[in-house]
Design a protein around this ligand. Structure first.
Ligand code: AMP
Ligand code: GLY
Length: 424
């Protein structure tokens, strides 16, 4: 039977998922809601927002959608999976109660501590006076985090009390992140290198993917503000077999035991952000979705069909799936609009797209793009993810940058050190 697939979201992650799923033997047609100019070339874009749950359910019913794949986190927190499953529709992603592991940092920390998953020591506050009192005598640096979803901006590293005080004011009093800041987590600063882990979780078992590294800061040398991610590599080069075994036993095995004990129905992608510290891997956060731009490098390395993996995860029947992975390295370099993650302009014409994409082993995944009168223009902060694969990380880096050099638009901003030796 050939299947009709719906993917929700409009980023590079969604284009990468659509690209990979379009290669599945079992796929007849892919719809993307709302998609971008890249997804329009693979399937049919549908003008429905990922959080508009009732319109998505109605669309899926009216268009005989066999399987839906959720991209962004806020749609999961809004209960899109609950609504689909309750309507008898098949969908990939955790229900809202389990997606709280991403949408509430306090909930996630409590889960980790109760189930012995290594993470930074922390305190949780809803009262700003109590939080200030604690920060006055705490050890620095420390990290102040808004509890809820804040587009990656609700995390502030404070070097001293006055910075912590300002962070608490921003979150709890000025409500710079809205309701997300009514509760804060104040935690120990961890030293180490970061690493992104992805594992499909079907409620009782998991399938660990290759590791990746994101580059979250806007500028070279890990300078500037945090972004959604300016580029990724896979493998990260920091995870050997011993560390991978620790990630399994100390994080993923305990995660599975924890959701079963707590009766949390988690079926979907678990993406823990880790700090690899001198005393072992520690979880910085749980994401309950595919990473962006981690997905771009992961799908380039997956040799097997993605659809059966997602369907069996959603059905709670992952079993002993053993997908084939390409040993080669993949690198994704993000081209962003000038000013991102702050304010930026849209509607800049993009040139050289087909030149960049025509290089062997290069795929250019679209994020914030839009077709205007047959031309492709910028339409968001992160615009493109130029993704290359080669025998070595160094070769993949140089190929990704060779392709990226061919693509331009007014104000283009990128990092030139994706995959260079980590600087922190
Ligand atoms: P999060 O959204 O919690 O992953 O935080 C975003 C970024 O802040 C992470 O990718 C880290 O770079 C940094 N960060 C968060 N928590 C800590 C911590 N406890 N120690 C050091 N850096 C952190
Ligand atoms: N690239 C980090 C994230 O998707 O959260």
């Amino acid at each position: 039977m050939t299947k009709r697939i719906l993917i929700t979201g409009s980023g590079g992650r969604e284009h990468a998922l659509a690209w990979k799923l379009s290669q599945s033997a079992g796929v007849e047609k892919i719809f993307i809601a709302p998609g971008n100019a890249g997804t329009a070339a693979i399937g049919e874009n549908v003008p429905i927002a990922p959080e508009d749950v009732s319109s998505l359910v109605a669309f899926a019913k009216a268009n005989a959608i066999d399987f839906t794949v959720v991209g962004p986190d806020d749609a999961l927190a809004a209960g899109v999976v609950d609504a689909f499953e309750d309507a008898g529709l098949k969908i990939f992603g955790p229900r809202a109660a389990a997606a709280r592991l991403e949408s509430s940092k306090a909930f996630a920390k409590d889960f980790m501590i109760r189930h012995g998953i290594p993470t930074a020591d922390y305190r949780e506050f809803t009262d700003s006076a109590a939080a200030r009192e604690y920060c006055r005598t705490a050890k620095y640096p420390l990290v102040v985090k808004a509890d809820g979803l804040a587009l990656g901006k609700g995390v502030i590293i404070a070097g001293n009390f006055s910075e912590a005080d300002a962070a608490l004011r921003l979150c709890m009093e000025d409500r710079a992140f809205g309701e997300a800041g009514s509760r804060v987590v104040v935690e120990e600063f961890l030293e180490g290198v970061e690493c992104s882990i992805h594992a499909l979780v079907d409620g009782s078992t998991y399938l660990l993917f290759p590791d990746c590294r994101d580059h979250k800061k806007a500028h070279d040398g890990d300078q500037g503000p945090n972004t959604g991610g300016m580029g990724t590599i896979s493998p990260s080069g920091s995870v050997d077999d011993t560390l991978r075994a620790r990630i399994r036993t100390e994080i993923l095995d305990r995660f599975i035991a924890g959701i079963q004990k707590d009766k949390l129905d988690f079926r979907g992608m678990l993406f823990p952000g880790l700090m690899l510290t001198a005393s072992g891997p520690k979880v910085l956060e749980f994401n309950c979705r595919w990473g962006d731009p981690e997905t771009q490098v992961l799908v380039r390395r997956l040799d097997s069909d993605l659809l059966p993996l997602l369907e069996s995860t959603a059905a709670g029947a992952l079993g002993a799936a053993t997908p084939a992975w390409d040993e080669k390295a993949a690198v994704c370099v993000v081209l962003a609009s000038g000013g991102y993650p702050g304010s930026y302009e849209k509607g800049k014409a993009i040139s050289g797209l087909s030149d960049g994409a025509s290089l062997d082993e290069v795929e250019v995944f679209h994020a914030g793009t839009k077709a205007v009168n047959g031309e492709i223009a910028t339409n968001g902060g992160r615009v493109l993810g130029v993704t290359a694969k080669a025998e070595t990380l160094e070769a993949a880096r140089s190929l990704a940058y060779r392709a990226a050099d061919k693509i331009s638009f007014a104000g283009v901003q990128r990092r030139n050190d994706i995959g260079a030796t980590p600087t922190h």
